[in-house]
Design a protein around this ligand. Structure first.
Ligand code: MFK
Length: 225
């Protein structure tokens, strides 16, 4: 049963990475990191076909062993168990862009300092779009997630209604990227947030997001029939 009650869990209070809520999630973070390294190796190496096939078979076996455990499809199903953490804690582990236990996530770290939002992220070769640079879709996704966190400084939380990104220059791979943002205005259920993505001190993309606090409850929005 989804729970709309506010959680005290706040991983955005400082730049420190919030520790996992259990040894289970600590182990998952480790596996997610190993899988990120595997992705990076896969897209940056040219092994023999024999080694590639051997790796596929080994990984398929591992996948079968993992799949043979209790399964929860999506963060809501995990939360429903009431054994794997609150919805906020699960989002911190599983989110597509910031989730530390999600190998597809580049591990966006973000936090608030007063009314200002800050973030850090680094994208390896698996995120390449133009040669040597981050794919624009990932740039937009990182900004969307970051703006979505920054809206909290405006006092409410909503879904992205619109996202505008201006790509000023290519965003380099394998580079510590900084984000900074702030709430521009709050108008009823709408919050407008702006943010910049920077590499080596230069702004590579500017963005503005309109976030709308939904008219229906989270329970209505996310609970499956
Ligand atoms: C809730 C916590 C979640 C926190 C996550 C944040 C980080 C994640 C960021 C994301 O990626 S979210 C995923 C991408 N976004 C979506 O999938 C949103 C899909 N759209 C919806 O679910 C609904 O359309 C939405 C919740 C955005 C609005 O539905 P409502 O039924 O609450 O809006 P309503 O129709 O009552 O309209 C309210 C106002 O917003 C305006 N509006 C609604 N949708 C809009 C839109 N998409 N763009 C611009 N304006 C929009 C609408 O015109 C109206 O303006 P006025 O008050 O001035 O008349």
């Amino acid at each position: 049963m989804p729970d709309d009650s506010p959680s005290t869990f706040n991983p955005f209070a400082s730049a420190e990475i919030t520790p996992p809520v259990s040894s289970h999630w600590a182990a998952k973070r480790e596996l997610a990191q190993a899988l990120r390294e595997l992705s990076n190796t896969l897209v940056t190496s040219a092994p023999s076909e024999e080694l590639l096939k051997q790796a596929s078979a080994t990984i398929s076996e591992l996948n079968k062993a993992l799949a043979n455990s209790p399964r929860y499809y999506g963060s809501q199903e995990f939360a429903n168990t009431q054994e794997h953490g609150s919805r906020g804690e699960l989002n911190y582990e599983l989110n597509a862009i910031g989730g530390l236990s999600n190998p597809l996530s580049p591990g966006l770290n973000m936090w608030l300092e007063g009314k200002l939002a800050f973030g850090k992220v680094k994208c390896g070769y698996a995120y390449e779009g133009p040669p040597g640079f981050v794919h624009g879709g990932y740039v937009a996704a990182i900004l969307d997630q970051f703006l979505g966190m920054a809206q909290i400084a405006g006092g409410q939380s909503g879904m992205t209604g619109t996202l505008h990104v201006r790509y000023l220059r290519p965003t380099p791979l394998n580079t510590d990227l900084d984000l900074r943002g702030s709430v521009d205005r709050v108008d009823g259920r709408k919050t407008v947030v702006t943010a910049e993505l920077l590499a080596n001190g230069e702004v590579t993309a500017r963005s503005e997001g309109l976030f709308i606090r939904p008219s229906n409850t989270l329970k209505e929005m996310f609970e499956k029939d």
